[in-house]
Design a protein around this ligand. Structure first.
Ligand code: DUC
Ligand code: ZN
Ligand code: ZN
Length: 503
């Protein structure tokens, strides 16, 4: 075969194994054509020598916020997707977000297509955030979105006045998604616990950014996660709990998985690498903690992180996403919304951190590629599962994204050989449209040397971003697959036939 591109002299990593060095990847028409040895090249074949470095699938970041109305500062598609490819991510699934007074999802979707079409450096799809799940939307619109638009997942919130749903609404959505085969993602924090604590903190004038972490204690996440799992158990439908930060809550997921319930879990770089001390003020700027305000909040103790790392290694976490949720620090409408007449009001600070570019290198740095075997926190195949293979499979992109195998899109990250890629994260290196990175000053042991999307080099660390904004394609996704447990379970304590009395 006459290949367009051959990758040689690399070590290919998939979700199940690290292949022997020396295997080559042949690419034709943007797809992986074969893996073999001594692949023939012709005069028009581009050959990239990986020089002994690891080659992993292009990253699939399945939790990204771009150009949402509630976050008017920071990245839209152009800068967000540019930042993605510069950090090794070739596919993002971002949110199209319904506002409470939107009675149809179609105009919302049109709006998000307009914001992203011809403006993306990477391939992308949408999840829908539902805040007003009318019967019309559940019965008439979701089936159309799933079948015609390839939007096969929704995100729900149990918190935030403007977005939260009550348990009955969550159940209605779970049943609708179950009948369509769609995947439900849920933000699990107890709204009422948090609202009560915020009231007390404000009454006592404890309103600095740091009190954001006090207002959203682990117990609020633990309780809501358990409740969300119970709702999914009653409905007998798959669920993924997003951005988990508490190892007690993750323990609930682990228990559910042990009972073979189809419950999935996601965590994010900030919960593995940062602690709540970051929300404390720097000496020269009493509001600087706002840069690290996200929900759930960063947790207090290094021990909190240990439990999460264990769940990275032991298979409990299904996906590792950036939750890139950009609000600029200095801009009007950004984090400064939390400075009211010069006084910090933590409850008004937009929640979320940028991290689309740093996700892959931060986690890769904890694998045996960068750490002595006894210090590595996860294996290389586990890295691929969390950053590419699992999100692709869970969200209906299996066979196309997330693996290095014939027939898949030719999406790769070629890392630097050995220690050549070590660098320090800093705002000046980032490609996002943000005015800070929450990981400023952190050292990483490697960085993507090349990012390749459908056979084209879109990032070369020496030359910068090479791809074109129009190259990114909209992905119509299929139905997602269950990666943990199965459906068809009876809630604990029920007799065999009790569901049929009411369903
Ligand atoms: N939830 C998210 O998914 N992202 C940012 C903030 C939030 O609450
Ligand atoms: Zn959320
Ligand atoms: Zn998010």
């Amino acid at each position: 075969m006459d290949f367009d591109l051959i990758l040689k002299n690399g070590i290919i990593v998939t979700a199940s194994e690290v292949l022997p060095q020396g295997l080559e990847v042949g690419v034709k028409g943007g797809k992986i054509a074969c893996i073999g040895t001594d692949l023939p090249s012709s005069s028009h074949t581009e050959v990239i020598d990986a020089e002994g470095a690891y080659i992993t699938p292009g990253g699939v970041d399945s939790h990204v916020h771009l150009a949402q109305k509630n976050s008017p500062t920071g990245d839209g598609w152009e800068s967000g997707s540019r930042s993605a490819v510069a950090g090794g991510t070739t596919t993002i699934i971002a949110f199209a977000s319904q506002e409470r007074d939107d009675t149809s999802l179609y105009p919302v979707l049109e709006d998000y297509h307009a914001k992203s079409k011809d403006q993306s450096y990477c391939d992308y799809g949408f999840h829908f955030i539902l805040t007003n799940p009318t019967q019309d939307i559940l019965r008439k619109e979701l089936p159309v979105l799933a079948e015609k638009e390839g939007i096969t997942s929704v995100k729900l919130y149990m918190t935030y006045e403007a977005m939260k749903l009550n348990d009955r609404q969550v159940l209605d959505i779970l049943f609708a998604c179950k009948s369509l085969g769609m995947t439900t993602m849920i933000h699990a924090e107890s709204h009422d616990m948090i609202a009560l604590i915020i009231e007390g903190l404000e009454k006592n004038k404890n309103t600095d950014p740091y009190f954001h972490a006090v207002a959203r204690p682990r117990i609020a996440e633990d309780e809501a996660s358990y409740r969300a799992i119970s709702l999914a158990e009653l409905a007998d439908t798959p669920m993924l709990i997003v951005h988990m930060s508490s190892d007690v809550a993750v323990g609930h997921v682990r228990d559910a998985q042990t009972r073979l319930l189809p419950i999935h879990a996601e965590t994010c770089p900030h919960y593995l690498f940062l602690l709540s001390e970051k929300i404390k003020a720097e000496p020269h700027d009493h509001f600087s903690g706002a840069k690290h305000v996200c929900s759930p909040p960063l947790r207090h103790d290094p021990k909190d992180l240990d439990g999460l790392w264990q769940s990275i290694a032991n298979g409990t976490f299904t996906t590792f996403s950036s939750d890139h949720a950009p609000s600029k620090y200095e801009a009007v409408g950004g984090k400064r919304l939390g400075l009211v007449d010069g006084i910090p009001r933590f409850s008004k600070i937009p929640n979320g951190l940028p991290g689309i570019e740093t996700r892959m290198p931060l986690l890769f740095g904890q694998t045996p590629a960068c750490q002595p075997a006894d210090k590595a926190k996860l294996s290389l195949p586990r890295f691929v599962q969390l950053t590419a293979f699992n999100p692709a499979k869970l969200y209906g992109l299996e066979g196309r994204k997330g693996s290095i195998a014939p027939g898949y899109d030719a999406d790769f990250v070629i890392w630097h050989p050995g220690a050549a890629g070590a660098c320090t994260i800093s705002q000046s290196r980032m490609h996002h449209d943000m005015d800070y990175t929450p990981f400023e000053g952190m050292k990483v042991k490697n960085w993507p040397r090349y990012t390749i999307l459908r056979g084209k080099v879109v990032w070369d660390q020496k030359a910068g971003v090479l791809g074109e904004m129009r190259y990114g394609q909209y992905l119509k996704r299929g139905m997602g697959q269950v990666l943990h447990g199965k459906t068809g379970n009876l809630p604990r304590g029920w007799k065999e036939d009790e569901r049929r009395y009411w369903l």
